[in-house]
Ligand binder design. Structure first.
Ligand code: ADP
Ligand code: MG
Length: 667
């Protein structure tokens, strides 16, 4: 369904939606609420500083107070359901004056004062007369690009009514196995009558998401019965050569992992191994030694990284070692020019064994995988099921190694890594020294002063924001990459501040990152594009802006970017909108450095068993983030039934939703 066919969407809105990656009615229907308000909430106004949903009536006209050019607030007298009166306050939203009038009935979500000032700071609100009668749980969407809550709800609802929702499951099978069709589930998510309904809808969706993963792990298991062609030699020989020129000694952990890989290499069936190790445990060198053995044995090897910058980094390191060993190494990405690309492909397809390092481009069809012995995928636990199958299609006996720093809780790892053998890299080569601080808005300036001093001593600083543009999320004005960049250019100087984000083209992004690494720039303001792998040795300060917007796993990754040379490093969590619940999470993050502990905590606190656990104040949180083990087990049963009756290869061939529904992990 095309966007233009939805009521209320014109050219301008189409553009806004497209910028957000929403290109069709189906995409719009998949834009899920960030939370729900329980409209039956009986909360009343109290001076307790807590977040609440309050049902109230406006008793006086809105007044607008302008403090300075960039700061104003609006307020209105209101009474709650027990007739307590209080002032509702909106910061920097002068249009409120026209949107609300005396006598209006409102649902307000926000925070009570706790200073006897009798005010309630509104973070979002809805007018009773804009809500369909009989609604109990009101979906709340993350607004963006100037599309308000009401508009967004209305166009999404329209889209949901109209779309054809293609489950990839055979129709008859869906009917038989599920009480809720995928289409109905998606509808329900946008207008649930109760938590129970929402729970079932989420489960239906999760199962749709998990089935492909179960399929791929089955395929991997079956593929263990195959006999591989490639025969490796010289593992120890290559390893010893590396030891001669490496500037450090491998850790015991690294040696153990290498010995697992060596066993897989010499085995007659293909390797399917995951190396899981926290950031900084030294996975790259393990991968490169493995690649060298493969190439030396006469086969191609392919190493794929999630971003171009990371791939380049691996390439630089590999070139250094491979030159000393007299082995070939090439680089390929989507920004490789056509002519050069042709050459690279032709070398790769020739008889000369080569290590090819790059991004997803390395999987394109013109590369002949038949002489490739080894495929390594770095830092992509969400690597598309389809792409993984595609590789197996091309060469089913390839040795496959995955590297991941994402500590998936043990109970979830089966979903992601089912069918893979796991080696753990436990100990980092150097114990990290990182101090984490939570910084309130009042202390922000002290933080920049501290940073200024550190910069003079040679520090480099990352500042990571959740949004690129202020327009991307209306609740986070002034906290986007672009705003922060402007602010820091003023606070410091534009000669030392850089900005990088995903809306830049690849080339600019890479240039920026390499400038940050290799020149006198000191501060890099960016989105989480630096989350994985980027290695700038003298970066020792990480500022995470609005940490409540990130999963702890992501924050842990970010923190792993600093102090990489073992120096004292700092991580600052600059927070403005922290609810009690996120405060607990961030506090845990502050106190804990171990990635597994953090992932386990994140998983539990965000409610594994109890996905829809409402908090006391009438708001559900994070429900689309995680999948419960119970759901996973149900999915497994359903998969078994599917297998009995259908050819699963054909079923999953049709899984149009793979890309859209690729389920979220802990970040
Ligand atoms: P990750 O596991 O996060 O991918 P890297 O492979 O990027 O970690 O390694 C992190 C840093 O540690 C790199 O600078 C690397 O050169 C260094 N390193 C790796 N192994 C060792 C070791 N055994 N001793 C000292 N430094 C090491
Ligand atoms: Mg790495």
């Amino acid at each position: 369904m095309e966007l233009k066919d939805i009521k209320g969407i014109g050219e301008k809105r189409i553009q806004i939606l497209k910028n957000k990656g929403i290109n069709s009615g189906e995409d719009l229907a998949m834009y899920f609420p960030k939370t729900y308000y329980d409209l039956n909430s009986k909360e009343t106004f109290k001076e307790d500083g807590k977040y609440k949903l309050i049902n109230c009536e406006v008793t006086g006209d809105v007044k607008l107070v302008r403090i300075k050019k960039t700061f104003n607030y609006s307020y209105a007298e209101c009474t709650d359901i027990e007739n307590n009166s209080f002032k509702a306050v909106w910061y920097n939203q002068p249009y409120i004056k026209n949107a609300i009038k005396t006598g209006d009935k409102l649902y307000l979500y926000g925070k009570n004062s706790n200073t006897k000032h009798n005010y309630f700071v509104v973070s979002s609100f809805r007018n009773h007369n804009k809500i369909q009668e009989g609604t109990n749980l009101l979906p709340v969407y993350r607004t963006f690009g100037g599309l308000g809550q009401t508009t967004l709800s209305s166009i999404i609802n329209d889209a949901v009514q109209e779309i054809e929702t293609p489950t990839y499951l055979p129709e008859f099978f869906e009917e038989k196995q599920f009480t809720l069709s995928l289409k109905k589930a998606i509808k329900t998510i946008h207008s649930p009558n109760s938590l129970e309904e929402l729970h079932s809808a989420k489960e239906r969706l999760d199962i749709e998401n998990i089935l492909p993963y179960i399929k791929i792990s089955e395929d991997l298991k079956n593929n263990k019965n195959l006999k591989k062609q490639q025969k490796y030699v010289n593992f120890d020989d290559i390893y010893n050569k590396f030891c001669d020129f490496l500037p450090y000694k491998l850790t015991d952990s690294q040696l153990e992992v290498l010995s697992d890989i060596k066993k897989d290499f010499y085995s007659s069936s293909p390797m399917n191994r995951l190396v899981q190790g926290d950031v900084g445990t030294g996975k790259t060198i393990v991968a490169l030694i493995t690649c060298a053995v493969c190439v030396k044995s006469g086969y191609n090897a392919v190493l794929i990284a999630p971003t171009e910058i990371l791939a380049k980094q691996h390439y630089q390191e590999a070139t250094n070692y491979f030159n000393q060993l007299g082995l070939n190494v090439l680089f390929l990405s989507s920004s490789t020019k056509a002519k050069e690309r042709k050459e690279i492909v032709s070398i790769f397809n020739s008889l000369e064994p080569t290590l090819l390092i790059g991004t997803h481009s390395c999987l394109s069809d013109d590369l002949d995988m038949s002489r490739t012995g080894l495929l390594i995928i770095d830092e992509q636990h969400r690597f598309g099921v389809k792409q993984r199958s595609a590789i197996l299609d091309k060469n089913s006996t390839i040795d496959f190694l995955m590297l991941s720093a994402t500590p998936i809780p043990r109970s979830m790892s089966i979903v992601y890594y089912g069918g893979l053998d796991v080696s753990l890299l436990n100990n980092p080569p150097k114990e990290k020294q990182i101090q984490t601080n939570i910084v309130s808005p009042q202390k922000e300036n002290d933080m920049w002063n501290f940073i200024e001093n550190k910069i003079q001593d040679g520090s480099k600083v990352y500042v990571v924001c959740a949004n690129i543009d202020d327009n991307d999320d209306d609740f986070y004005q002034g906290l986007s990459v672009k705003s922060m960049y402007d602010k820091l250019c003023k606070r410091f100087s534009k000669d030392i501040v850089l900005m990088a984000h995903g809306k830049q083209d690849g080339e600019t992004e890479n240039k920026t990152l390499s400038l940050f690494r290799n020149s006198d720039y000191k501060i890099l303001v960016s989105t989480t594009i630096i989350e994985v792998g980027v290695d700038v040795k003298n970066a020792d300060i990480m500022v995470i802006v609005s940490p409540e917007k990130f999963g702890l796993a992501t924050m842990h990754q970010l923190r792993g970017r600093v102090g990489r040379a073992g120096q004292q490093a700092y991580c600052f969590c600059l927070s403005q909108n922290i609810s009690e619940k996120s405060a607990d999470r961030i506090l845990f993050f502050k106190e804990n450095l171990n990635g597994f502990d953090i992932a386990e905590f994140d998983y539990k606190s965000r409610g594994s068993g109890n996905l829809l656990g409402t908090t006391q104040h009438g708001k559900t949180e994070d429900i689309f983030e995680l999948i419960s083990l119970n759901t996973f087990n149900k999915a497994k049963d359903i998969y078994e039934k599917l297998k009995e009756e259908y050819n699963t290869d054909e079923v999953f061939e049709k899984s149009l939703l793979f890309n859209k529904l690729s389920f979220k992990t802990l970040n």
